[in-house]
Design a protein. Structure first.
Lengths: 229, 67
């Protein structure tokens, strides 16, 4: 009789496993997730579904909000302000825009590309499709980007970091204020959900990365500006 | 008596092993399907062959053990 009980318990555990598998299908069962990389653990369709409902799974939120330590490499190069994929290096009116697209699985804390003093922290395109919001929609093919623009005066001149998100997500936190002295690689803010970060550089800056390359905030050198004497 | 389906007062170890193996194989298949980019036909064929080999070994082991 004892053996039958053990067998029944094992079969019950297997039934639970199959039940979970069926319940979560086509997405991975929670029992299998630990063996999957993040992109497969939480597929894009599942995240988009959560985004529509406005409710997210706790494990995903924990993963999304991770904020690992980063050690900036030595040197005077400008570091990537965000984790993601370089999707553009356009130059317009004497400014080079290095566009970094963040996916749902990228770390969403942004870091300062170079030491300097924060000149301004501006909010833009917060509500309507007008003004600066529309002007810069070309960067991400988004109609109403919500933006924060941090301008930093560095020894190599002024650079700006734009944190952009969509009107549906519309949450950007900035952790520095006007007048703050910030270090190269220091945390400057966080975008919550689908987002883009644009680094604005003088056109003369030499880019160290190309379109299609992956970069890591506070770690990957993305450009070099020759120091002014 | 040690039957494949039933033995005295509990499930036979044969059918029990086949059931456990089948469920674990199914879950493993799901994991492999998500991790690897392979064609569905090839995947099904590989999983079915693996399942046949596993069940074959269980049945063989059961009958050799109960001889």
């Amino acid at each position: 009789m004892g053996i039958l009980v053990v067998q029944a318990l094992v079969l019950l555990a297997l039934m639970v496993a199959v039940g979970l598998w069926l319940f979560w299908f086509p997405y991975p069962s929670p029992l299998l997730r630990r063996w999957l990389p993040p992109r497969k653990r939480w597929p894009e369709a599942q995240i988009r579904g959560w985004l529509k409902r406005g409710r997210f799974e706790r494990a995903f939120v924990r993963y999304f909000c991770r904020d690992p330590e980063r050690v900036p490499p030595p040197g005077t190069s400008l570091l990537a302000p965000a984790d993601g994929l370089v999707t553009g290096t356009e130059e317009r009116a004497g400014i080079r825009y290095l566009v970094i697209a963040l996916s749902f699985w990228d770390m969403h804390v942004q870091r300062c590309p170079l030491s300097g003093k924060v000149v301004s922290v501006e909010s833009r395109g917060d509500d309507f499709m007008d003004g600066e919001g529309r002007e810069f929609a070309f960067l991400r093919e988004k109609a109403c980007p919500v933006q924060k623009r941090l301008v930093v005066a560095t020894e190599a001149g002024q650079v700006a970091v734009r944190l952009i998100t969509s009107i549906t997500a519309r949450r950007i936190e900035t952790w520095v204020r006007e007048g703050d002295q910030i270090e190269r690689g220091q945390r400057i803010g966080r975008i919550l959900l689908g987002s883009t970060v644009v680094l604005e550089l003088p056109a003369a800056a030499g880019l160290l990365v190309r379109k299609g390359e992956r970069v890591w905030a506070g770690q990957t050198p993305v450009a070099q500006i020759s120091q002014t004497p | 008596m040690n039957g494949f389906l039933w033995a005295y007062d509990h499930l036979g170890w044969g059918i029990f092993s086949v059931t456990v193996f089948t469920v674990l194989w199914w879950l493993l298949g799901d994991l492999v399907w998500r991790l690897k980019n392979i064609g569905f036909g090839r995947f099904l064929a590989a999983m079915f062959s693996g399942w046949l080999v596993g069940v074959g070994l269980i049945v063989l082991g059961f009958f050799l053990g109960s001889r």
